[in-house]
Design a protein around this ligand. Structure first.
Ligand SMILES: [Fe+2]
Length: 343
């Protein structure tokens, strides 16, 4: 975990404070979300949407570590890139392949905001030319809208979320986003999904609201939620990288270490879910990826001890283009292939 004690002292809010013990008294395998990653269109459009419209901090600018490495990997979050506060994107360009919705599609990426702030956000998003829809689900007030690339987002008012915020002159602490809240996954079958969420991943099924079923991990609540929307008529969504959709959702391993990740992989395979990858070095964290019954791609991750501060200071975080040691000798080549961005 990142040492964020300086920020806890300064702000009286919490970083990396999520608990691993759930309300049932069980030790959960996951504390909550680690990061949520989307495939988007243009890099500049994505950067402006997250840092200007939504007011998040740029936490890291690097490239995708898979394939040819010829696309950015952009990270947005709080002051230090704390787990459960991270949104990351792969900008594939405006002409990139589009995602096809269906079972396994994340229809909405929900973010936590303070109670009473949705009026501010409705006005701000409308002013940016983004249409919004206000509604309630699970007793929570939510404002739904879309990223310019088409991906569904929502801001959800949450009481008592003490995660540290990134604030600015335009987005104060009274309204600023505090991190991830939930993902909503469309599924054409809940039976196998329920088994996977409960037995394989150790989540608790806690609530239903019409066609929606909520699962929680760790101490539960905001930042530790997966909601499924059942629609038996759905076909399968596309599985590859496609613009306009969440590509995968990463969950934070409770013990934050390789031993627990190995144990989770063995447990998944032992229960019959063999589609789980070997460990991948993501420089700032280590990951295994697995396909869920609904079709969504999930990830089980543990963080580097220094996290996103391993190559930039807290003050400079997200301001310079960073490459891992194994790609540093390709810096000029990769930079020449990336969309120039006015950061
Ligand atoms: Fe990831």
């Amino acid at each position: 975990m990142v040492d964020t004690s300086i920020y806890i002292q300064q702000d009286g809010c919490y970083s990396s404070a999520r608990q691993a013990v759930d309300p049932r008294g069980h030790m959960s395998q996951f504390r909550g979300h680690h990061h949520i990653t989307l495939a988007v269109g243009g890099a500049q459009q994505d950067y402006d949407f997250h840092t200007k419209t939504l007011g998040l901090r740029s936490v890291k600018k690097t490239v995708i570590f898979a394939g040819s490495n010829e696309a950015y990997h952009l990270y947005y979050g709080d002051k230090v890139g704390t787990e459960s506060q991270l949104i990351t994107t792969f900008p594939l360009g405006s002409g990139g392949p589009r995602a096809r919705a269906g079972s396994g599609h994340v229809t909405h990426l929900d973010l936590s905001v303070p109670v009473g702030s949705l009026g501010f956000w409705q006005e701000r998003l409308t002013g940016a030319g983004i249409a919004t829809t206000a509604m309630s689900r699970f007793g929570e007030d939510r404002l739904e809208f879309h990223h310019p690339c088409g991906a569904g987002y929502a801001l959800v008012e949450v009481q008592d979320d003490r995660r540290c915020q990134w604030t600015s002159d335009e987005v104060s602490g009274a309204v600023a986003i505090r991190g991830t809240h939930a993902i909503t996954v469309a599924t054409n079958d809940l039976t196998e999904t329920d088994f996977h969420m409960s037995v394989v991943m150790g989540f608790a099924a806690t609530k239903t609201d019409g066609a929606f079923a909520r699962y929680e991990t760790g101490s539960g609540g905001t930042g530790a939620l997966v909601d499924y929307e059942l629609n038996t008529a759905l076909g399968q969504r596309s599985w590859g990288l496609g613009v306009g959709a969440v590509h995968h959702t990463a969950f934070w391993l409770s013990d934050n270490n390789a031993e627990q990740q190995d144990a989770f992989k063995a447990h998944s395979e032992g229960t019959g879910y063999m589609d789980i990858s070997e460990r991948k070095d993501r420089n700032y964290f280590q990951s295994v990826y697995f396909r869920t019954p609904a079709g969504s791609l999930f990830e089980a991750a543990f963080s580097d001890p220094k996290g996103f501060l391993k190559d930039e200071s807290p003050e400079q975080l997200g301001t310079t283009f960073q490459l891992p040691p194994w790609l540093e000798d390709r810096r000029a080549e990769l930079m020449s292939k990336l969309e120039p961005i006015n950061f």
